[in-house]
Design a binder for this molecule. Structure first.
Ligand SMILES: Cc1ncc(COP(=O)(O)O)c(C=O)c1O
Length: 349
């Protein structure tokens, strides 16, 4: 145990009481809706935290990349989903290798990816479980319903692939017609569906509106951030991650500088803000350099941040902050209770 005030700034703190409450609350939300929960570990990248999520009732985890999944498999977690197109022979070889000793599901949205999975599974002499990602209004990856049905037929005929079902992100109620059309098409073709996997913190608030889902992947909820709060998906009291920072300059009456720049908070911005200062809700972090946060304090009342003062910043996007740091400090009260090494930091291939 170490008192928090002995930590250097900037340091990333995780309020353990809040994180534990977040883990329990999401599991309850999913249990109440009768939907299995598969936390997305991209938010914390820390096997100890994934184990807490599994102990709370999660059925497995989702990892965005193969290298991330390898870290968690080595830590003993063996129910893994990769909701991502894994493309290229070197990566699919690693994917098949992982699938050899874990229960793994990978997603695809094209014939190119499908062929890569099939070849890798054949080389490894395994049957790889795959799901097809459907396109949503987000217009990111994902197949149209007609392409998904064509891909499902090919998978169904492939000796080295098992058709596991459908994947969608975000699984908001607006995506329901697409899901229904795809499920109907699969049913008419006689192709069985094991899982329908949805995702997103926003979608987790609408589970009962999308009854087709059998499971959901959410990551951000474990720490929450300024974006989830501002979007109405969490409250400030549910923000477990804060960046402890020092006021290092007060060059003008209306501007102070904090020691947390883009190398600490990332460059992500939400509605013109790069973070939210807990002690000064009226202050606005309006710009970042690598090691400087520019704070407009013109809207603050008489009490204003002073040089040497320490403040807690809620980052805009927790998942990218994790990936910038070697260590997150688990705190309770005024003590550092756990030191979490970010084991999958930088595992982005
Ligand atoms: C494919 C996929 N599934 C699940 C999630 C988790 O959603 P959230 O970040 O809202 O927790 C994400 C987030 O980017 C994602 O890309």
């Amino acid at each position: 145990m170490q008192p928090i005030h002995e930590l250097e700034t900037p340091s990333v703190l995780i309020d353990l009481d809040r994180m534990e409450r977040n883990i329990a609350a999401m599991q309850t939300r999913c249990d109440d809706a009768g939907v299995k929960f598969r936390p997305h570990i991209k938010t914390h990248k820390i096997p100890q935290i994934a184990k807490m999520q599994l102990e709370a009732g999660a059925v497995g985890i989702a990892c965005q990349k193969v290298s991330e999944a390898q870290v968690f498999a080595e830590a003993g977690i063996h129910d893994l989903m990769i909701p991502y197109n894994v493309v290229g022979a070197a990566k699919t070889r690693k994917l098949a290798d992982l699938a050899y000793y874990t229960r793994l599901i990978a997603s695809l949205d094209s014939e190119h990816t499908l062929k890569g999975y099939s070849a890798a599974a054949q080389n490894m002499e395994i049957v790889l479980r795959v799901v097809i990602e459907l396109a949503t209004e987000m217009q990111r990856a994902g197949a149209s319903v007609s392409d998904a049905l064509r891909l499902a037929e090919i998978i169904d005929q492939d000796d080295h692939l098992h058709f596991g079902g459908l994947l969608i992100y975000p699984s908001m109620p607006a995506a329901r017609p697409v899901l229904q059309e795809a499920l109907d098409g699969l049913h008419r073709r006689g192709i069985g569906v094991d899982i329908v996997s949805g995702g997103g913190i926003g979608a987790s608030h609408h589970l009962k509106d999308v009854p087709e889902l059998t499971e959901i992947r959410v990551g951000t909820y474990v720490f929450n951030d300024w974006t989830t709060v501002d979007n109405g998906y969490a409250t400030l009291d549910e923000c477990a991650m804060t960046v402890r920072s020092t006021v290092v300059s007060a060059p003008t009456y209306n501007r102070v500088i904090l020691d947390c720049g883009s190398k600490t908070l990332s460059s992500e911005v939400h509605n013109g803000a790069y973070g939210f200062i807990m002690e000064y809700p009226q202050a606005r972090i309006y710009k970042l350099n690598e090691e400087h946060a520019y704070v407009d304090i013109s809207a603050c009342d008489e009490k204003r941040p002073e040089i040497g003062e320490i403040v807690q910043v809620v980052p805009v996007h927790t998942c990218v902050v994790t990936n910038l740091h070697d260590t997150l400090y688990g705190v309770r009260g005024d003590q550092v209770e756990s030191t979490f090494a970010v084991a999958a930091r930088g595992k982005v291939w």
